[in-house]
Design a protein around this ligand. Sequence first.
Ligand code: ADP
Ligand code: 5GP
Length: 188
Amino acid sequence: MRNIPFVISGPSGVGKGTIVKALLKKDPTLVESVSMTTRAPRPGEVSGKTYIYVTKEEFEKRIRDGDLLEYDEHFSGLYGTPRSFVEARLKEGSVILEIDVVGGLNAKKLLKDTVLIFIDPPSIEELVERLKKRGTESEQALRERLQRVKYEVHMREQYDYKVLNDDLDRAVEEVLAIINKERNKEGD
Ligand code: ADP
Ligand code: 5GP
């Protein structure tokens, strides 16, 4: 089995976090990369587990020190992948990166054999409904997230796989099948 990176991207609220959580539960050999961000924690999020929360100054220092594999600024915040965890992890197993489309395409250039998976919503209406129902975003944050959907959908063309998150269980099984297929391909 190959040890490779899997990127999960898609519009905010489509269900990326929910899918990744289910994947990790179903396959304990998978591990998720924990990103660094300058955005404030949402209620229920765990520092060091959901994200590593830092100030803008600290994030900028990490960029200067070369500690981040990739990073991007969106939704009024900086988000980046700490290099050390991902590189160490890939020596032993596969890793899931739940990151945006810019980060995903950069990761593909930097990490050998990266597989890009884009999660599609059944419709924009359903996406708005899920985001509102989650109830974590202010009006402003909600607007920012919806404004970016068009850009993300445009970038999805460069992704290796597109998975529709209509029924959650079905979507999780489809992503798992992709992961297993790719891990079992012959490496060089
Ligand atoms: P993301 O990580 O992409 O921003 P989340 O995983 O937080 O999205 O999901 C957004 C909301 O949609 C959550 O309240 C989640 O429970 C819900 N959700 C996820 N997948 C589905 C689905 N297939 N059908 C209905 N609701 C879903
Ligand atoms: P949220 O604020 O909803 O947690 O995340 C907003 C967006 O940032 C999502 O698309 C998420 O995938 C992306 N994101 C999270 N971590 C990273 C990262 O390390 N790098 C990049 N480029 N994007 C990230």
